[in-house]
Each structure stands twice: as C-alpha cells, then as structure tokens.
Ligand binder design. Structure first.
Ligand code: NAP
Length: 255
C-alpha cells in the first residue's frame, strides 16, 4: 500500500499585503501551509503571493474588508473552494486612528473597533465551521502591548484589550473541537503602521526607532519576522495544549 501524504493545512492571514501579515503569510507558507492572503484590495496581496509562489509555496490573494460580514463570508467560501477548508486563521488586519480622547471622533472610534474587533469576530465566526468539521483549528489574534494603555490610543487600546477577552472565550468554547485560540501582543515592530505613528508625532522614522530601542530590554525594535515566528509556533500541530494565552512579543517582559 502506498502512503498518502496528507493535504497541506490551509491558513487565512488577514491584512497580509504588508507588514506583520505579509511576514506571517510567507512564514506559514514556508512551514508548508497553503495560505490565503486576505487584504482590502485583492491586487494589494499579489506581492505577498508572488513571494510565496517564487519560494515554491501555494497562495491565493483574496480581497475583503474584514469588517463587512458579506465580504468575509464570500472570502472564506472562496478560500475553501480554491485552496481547501481553512483551519488556521490569523486575525491581523488593523488600522490606527490615533488621537487624544478630547479630539477623538466617533468615526475614529468606530473604524478601529470595526476592523480589529468586529473583523476578528466575523472572520472567526465564518471559519470556525471548517475547523470544527476538521476537528482541528488554530486561531491567532493580533493584540498589542497598547492593550495595557497608550496615550492617544483610547480606541486602539480598548480594541486590543477586547481581543484578549475574545481570544480567551474562543479557547473555552472551541477547545473540545481541537481548536486553540491565542493572542500575540507585539511591542514596537517596524512596519508602515509605526512609520505612520512617527510621521504623526513629527519624527524621522530612523530616529523614532532608535529612541524606542532605548526603552526595550533587547535593545532593538522588533521586525515582522519576530511576530511571524511566534505565530508559526502557535499554529503548529504540536501546540495543541497552548490555548487562551496572550503572548507578549516585545523584547522584554510585559504581562
Ligand atoms: P500595517 O503595516 O498597517 O498592515 C495592516 C494591513 O491590514 C494592511 O495591509 C491593511 O490594508 C490591512 N487592512 C486594514 N484594514 C483592513 C480591513 N478592513 N480588511 C482587510 N485588511 C485590512 O500594520 P502592521 O504594523 O503590520 O500591524 C499588523 C497587526 O499587528 C495589526 O493588527 C496591528 O494593530 C498589530 N500590531 C502592530 C504593532 C506594530 O508595532 N507594528 C504592534 C502591536 C500590534 P491597507 O494597506 O489597504 O490599509
């Protein structure tokens, strides 16, 4: 009898056109998963897909706004049809609308809640059926060290703290189906998002990173691959007993 190689697991990474999401998609593909690169605009995901396929991996760019229930369902249905049933989900898509509380508009608040919190909820709700059917699933939600509070980020910090509660509840509800849920809470990671923060406070990005590194025990800022590496572990087959955790990846202790 010939031994059958099992089909590769299928992962969905949201906000995977750039930054942490792109590095995570590339890493999960290198780990042997087929990866759906979900971002607002399908064409924005093409670079990530090309990096994956050039390295011999399998990937698909899918356009969807994670805060829109219909687009989310259509994206998950397309992934299931074209790549296979998704059993790994990384809720990474994110936006900033920083402002001090007295200047924060309702739209700043609603946008951040919609993308981070509602987006993670909609994506997870749409994907969980595939995980339950497979008796295997891995959900990783991107929280942040800002969950502990950060000046100018009342909206973002509330959303990132909310994601920690969401993660723990998923772990409790879905554990018996072989599904784990964990949150990764990055500290300062050099991406377009932190570059935009530097621009907002009127600092050169290199100077901004240098200043941030002086406050970090490992004496450097993070790179997207630092987060991708942690996610790679959490979604691995062997990590089935790690669930409901918040892993701070910040170059030093936070809790
Ligand atoms: P980034 O470079 O700004 O990338 C975010 C990606 O999400 C972009 O490709 C963006 O698309 C996409 N996106 C935004 N809204 C979306 C929506 N509604 N539907 C689908 N995709 C959407 O951010 P990053 O720095 O890599 O951060 C990734 C995640 O890590 C975020 O959740 C962030 O909050 C979290 N995080 C980052 C840091 C850090 O220091 N960088 C620290 C802690 C936590 P567009 O390009 O079209 O906008």
């Amino acid at each position: 009898m010939t031994e059958q190689t099992p089909a590769p697991r299928v992962a969905i990474v949201t906000g995977a056109a750039r930054g942490i999401g792109a590095a995570t998609a590339v890493r999960l593909a290198a780990d042997g998963l087929a990866v759906a690169v979900v971002d607002l605009d399908e064409s924005a995901g093409k670079d990530t897909v090309e990096r994956i396929t050039a390295a011999g991996g399998r990937a698909l760019a899918v356009g969807a706004d994670v805060s829109d229930a219909e687009q989310v369902q259509a994206a998950v249905d397309r992934v299931a049809a074209e790549l296979g049933a998704p059993t790994v989900l990384v809720n990474n898509a994110g936006v900033l609308r920083d402002n001090l509380l007295f200047k924060m508009s309702e739209s700043d608040w609603d946008t951040v809640m919609s993308v981070h919190l509602k987006g993670a909820f909609l994506m997870t709700r749409a994907v969980q059926k595939h995980m339950v059917d497979a008796g295997f699933g891995r959900v990783v939600n991107l929280s942040s060290s800002s969950a502990q509070g950060n000046r100018g980020q009342a909206n973002y910090s509330a959303a990132k703290a909310g994601l920690q509660g969401f993660t723990k509840t998923l772990a409790i509800e879905l554990g018996k189906f072989g599904v784990t849920a964990n949150a990764v809470a990055p500290g300062f990671i050099a991406t377009d998002m932190t570059a935009a923060t530097a621009a907002r406070v009127g600092m050169d990005f290199e100077e901004f990173k240098k200043a941030a590194a002086t406050q970090i025990p490992v004496a450097r800022v993070g790179v997207p691959e630092d987060i991708a590496h942690t996610i790679s572990f959490l979604v691995s087959e062997g990590a089935g007993f790690v669930s409901g955790q918040v892993v701070y990846v910040a170059g030093g202790p936070l809790d």
